[in-house]
Write a protein that binds this ligand. Structure first.
Ligand code: ACO
Length: 320
């Protein structure tokens, strides 16, 4: 039994915020943000938008593009680190709103790497025969985790959701997946859970990131991960039709593409308009590539992500 992606979908909040907004109250500039990160604007969730509501919209789009009904779904996995509840999970909230039956539904928390972790887990369910049709969602409201006075982080993140439907099939779809983590780097990228922190604690409620350290590790680990996964599948980077990396920083994306000797014309880029949407960034970018008819059935596609944990991973697939 093989696992293949048969549908994609996404949702972006109505409000898009340009870099110029931050110039109005912080010591920063559009040119600094663009030159250091490639970001021009990001979407910001409205009061009515939640991880669950955005995930539901993306999931409905993905189901529609796969021509499937919600009753067909027998597994729901949500990658998120910004759901507004410890429990029920975002997956259970989404299951309820969608009206899906009593299938397993759970969240995966690997920060920005969450979606490749979720794909990898869903692949195992499908290849083992434990599920036939899985809904895998990445949904984040990262703008509610940042300190809007901290110029080092607030200019980088955005909100949104993306989803894919994965099904069992007789031809290889997911060719290889590889997920890794190393908790020893947790101090350079983290977000405290304020519900378990004592009142007088001096711990920050906001996302903390040592950007330069994360940057170096991201380039290093993701280049290695790409090389490893292609070797596992007996393939060369030049055989790739598309590279869909986590959209955190254009300079990280460019550095990895250069190491793989991949032209930027083969890289799906949404960071300029979306910013870093954490676990939502890959399914948003994938859906954008599919809807623009860049990624078409039969294409060889490499997905890669890196995030807090530190956690990272890659998925190599034949699309459609
Ligand atoms: N505007 C103007 N100046 C700024 C800003 C800003 N918005 N932010 C930082 N600076 C300043 C710093 O204070 C510093 O000044 P100093 O030298 O006087 O101290 C200077 O700019 C350089 O700062 P750096 O952090 O070294 O800048 P860098 O070139 O590394 O770019 C960035 C910063 C964009 C954060 C980059 O390091 C990056 O993208 N890192 C990786 C982020 C990432 O991949 N995250 C993924 C995971 S996120 C997750 O898992 C949730």
């Amino acid at each position: 039994m093989f696992a293949k992606i048969v549908g994609t979908g996404s949702f972006l909040p109505a409000k898009s915020l340009a870099n110029s907004y931050f110039e109005s109250y912080l010591d920063t500039s559009d040119s600094w943000i663009q030159s250091r990160s490639g970001i021009r604007s990001r979407y910001v969730a409205g009061p009515q938008d939640t991880v669950a509501s955005m995930g539901v919209s993306a999931a409905k789009n993905a189901l529609q593009s796969a021509s499937l009904q919600v009753q067909d779904v027998d597994l729901i996995i949500v990658a998120t680190c910004s759901h507004d509840k410890i429990f029920p999970s975002a997956a259970c909230c989404i299951q309820d709103i969608l009206g899906a039956h009593d299938c397993p539904a759970f969240d995966i928390q690997a920060a920005c790497a969450g979606f490749v972790y979720a794909l990898s887990v869903a692949r195992s369910y499908i290849e083992s025969g434990a599920a036939k049709s899985a809904l895998i969602i990445g949904s984040e409201v990262m703008t509610r985790t940042i300190d809007w006075q901290d110029r080092r982080t607030c200019v980088l993140f955005g909100d949104g959701a993306g989803a894919v439907v994965m099904q069992a099939g007789d031809k290889p779809g997911i060719l290889a997946s590889c997920i890794k983590a190393n908790g020893c780097h947790s101090s350079i990228l983290n977000l405290n859970n304020m519900t378990t922190i004592e009142e007088k604690s001096d711990k920050s409620p906001y996302l903390h990131m040592d950007g330069a350290s994360v940057f170096k590790l991201a380039v290093n680990k993701l280049s290695q991960s790409a090389t490893d996964i292609l070797r596992q599948a007996n393939m060369e980077p030049c055989q790739l039709d598309w590279f869909v990396p986590h959209q955190a920083n254009l300079r990280i994306i460019t550095a990895i593409a250069k190491k793989l000797e991949l032209p930027m014309s083969k890289v799906i880029q949404t960071v300029a308009e979306h910013g870093n949407t954490s676990a939502a960034s890959i399914p948003l970018a994938l859906d954008s590539g599919v809807r623009q008819e860049k990624i078409v059935p039969g294409n060889l596609v490499l997905l890669e992500a890196f995030g807090g944990g530190l956690a990272w991973g890659s998925v190599l697939l034949n699309y459609g």
